[in-house]
Write a protein that binds this ligand. Structure first.
Ligand code: NAG
Ligand code: NAG
Ligand code: NAG
Length: 485
């Protein structure tokens, strides 16, 4: 008798009796004398996951007699993987097309107001794959939704815990400078890692030993300043439009509006102190100080690639603050490419590592996770779909793209440490994105490699896959895999 066959009254009885039933079944199983439990009773009457777990490990298949673990190991043939639970749905669960929240037989057309453009950018929010489950927090933030701080000669917009609370380890800023415009001399408590998106940016810095650094950092290249090191950024004229770049800070609480600015400090220091400090007592040479911070401003000149730092008696910083990622050869993979830069090659960058990944149409940045590091992702071009697996059946799918223009991107993603994920190219153009970590060394675990290097019988017992499929597992990380064999 299943729950469905019970009258309403007996249904109440049934739930009151449930603990008894569970115990009775367990006892029967342990004694080895009872017939197998019906899996329909298990699935329809037991809702607590703890109880389900008990059943999963104790209830034998409905079709045959109870089989003990020792029987299974002695047997030459394997129990099907579905011996204890139903097989998974074979529904492909690709993103829906159109703008109605309907997937298969589920859902219904929207009748109230809706934002069609937003809906089309997020098909997997509107009609999630049926494999999504639970309440994993949001990990999508388009810079297009950030407040923008407009200045003469540029702008800056940011993402931090204020807009994406789960992203506690890192925060990001997207900044733009016209030729000659400066992000003024400043410092902050966090480190600063940067990726130049367009044009060339000249950076300057002086370290705690009085050693200095000046470099022109071109599109696709990186810079890094350790915490507290004073620096500046200025667009050169290499690109007549100037420069745009992405900044990543190793604290989700970072705010671009809370950095230590040269002009802000001096505007809040008594003039007598300033004059004494710079041995200018009694002069009026400091009377033109700005009364408030400049932040981003036109410097009145355009720096050149051949500029050099003033000569320092302490010399130059021993480890360069910039890295020519664009000149680095990418590792070619069956479905794309990857370049990994961490402190093993960009030695100063001890708080930030990056993987610059390309994924061809139909290919996939394989299912993987990062053992101890949160990932802050930035989508540069193309159309991506990511499902984050957060354990305990929790999984949620996010779309990072704009269907109106294949090259329009600029979304930020986030994947907490250890959570499984993939990045699928669902567009018709190359997908390019950055995986950024607060760490000195990039690490990841490949699901495919893990299974390939685990005893095949053990893998087959979990997944019910054939020897042929086991044979296709990859003992080296595919990283980015072509979509089909
Ligand atoms: C961020 O700041 C808030 C408020 O000051 C604090 O409670 C929280 O612990 C901070 N989070 C991190 C990751 O530092
Ligand atoms: C960076 O570190 C590596 C490994 O320790 C070393 O071989 C290399 O010379 C270092 N590079 C610089 C610029 O110091
Ligand atoms: C990719 O191209 C096909 C064929 O032109 C088109 O039907 C499809 O909508 C395109 N997909 C995307 C995501 O642009």
């Amino acid at each position: 008798m299943s729950v469905d066959e019970l009258s309403p009254e007996s249904s109440i009885m049934h739930s009151a009796m449930l603990p008894f039933c569970v115990c009775a079944l367990l006892l029967a199983k342990l004694s080895g004398a009872a017939p197998a439990a019906s899996s329909s009773i298990v699935s329809s009457s037991v809702s607590s996951s703890a109880a389900s777990a008990v059943f999963a490990s104790s209830v034998s298949p409905s079709s045959g007699p109870a089989t003990t673990a020792s029987d299974a190991t002695q047997s030459s043939s394997f129990l099907p993987a579905t011996a204890t639970v139903e097989p998974v749905s074979s529904e492909s669960n690709v993103p829906i097309s159109g703008n109605e929240p309907i997937r298969g037989g589920l859902g219904a057309p929207i009748q109230g107001p809706t934002d069609d453009e937003m809906v089309l950018q997020n098909p997997d929010f509107l009609a999630p794959p049926t494999t999504d489950h639970g309440s994993f927090d949001n990990v999508k933030w388009p810079f297009s939704l950030s407040h923008n701080r407009l200045q003469t000669g540029g702008w800056a917009r940011q993402q931090n815990v204020g807009v994406m609370p789960i992203a506690t380890e890192m925060a990001g800023v997207n900044m733009r400078l016209v030729p000659g415009a400066v992000r003024e001399l400043h410092w902050h408590k966090t480190s600063e890692w940067a990726y130049v998106l367009k044009g060339t940016t000249q950076i300057s810095a002086v370290d705690q030993e009085g050693r200095n650094y000046l470099a022109s950092v071109k599109a696709g290249d990186l810079w890094y300043f350790p915490p507290g090191i004073p620096h500046s950024l200025q667009a050169t004229g290499d690109d007549p439009e100037g420069s745009e770049f992405l900044l990543v800070f190793d604290d989700g609480n970072f705010s671009e509006d809370e950095t230590f600015l040269l002009t802000d400090w001096l505007a809040h220091t008594p003039m007598e102190v300033i004059q004494r400090n710079f041995q200018a007592l009694g002069t009026d040479d400091w009377n033109s100080l700005p009364s408030e911070e400049l932040y981003i401003f036109p410097a009145g000149y355009v720096p050149s690639d051949s500029d050099t730092a003033p000569s320092s008696p302490q010399g130059q910083v021993p480890l360069p603050f910039s890295f020519a990622l664009s000149d680095m050869e990418a590792t070619q993979l069956s479905g794309g490419s990857v370049k990994i830069v961490d402190s093993t090659i960009f030695n100063i960058s001890t708080e930030t590592a990056v993987a610059e990944v390309t994924v061809q149409p139909g290919a996939i940045r394989e299912m993987h996770w990062h053992p101890t590091d949160d990932e802050w992702s930035f989508f540069i071009e193309g159309q991506a779909r990511v499902t984050v697996f957060a354990s305990q059946s929790n999984a949620r799918t996010f779309d990072y793209h704009c269907p109106f223009a294949a090259t329009h991107a600029g979304d930020v993603g986030y994947v907490p440490a250890a959570m499984g994920h993939y990045v699928e190219n669902i567009g018709n153009t190359t997908l390019k994105f950055l995986e950024i970590f607060k760490t000195d060394k990039f690490t990841d675990i490949s699901l495919n490699q893990w299974l390939a290097l685990t005893p095949p019988e053990l893998v087959k017992a979990h997944l019910g896959i054939s020897d042929e499929t086991v044979g296709r597992l990859s003992k080296t990380k595919p990283v980015v895999a072509a979509g089909s064999a």
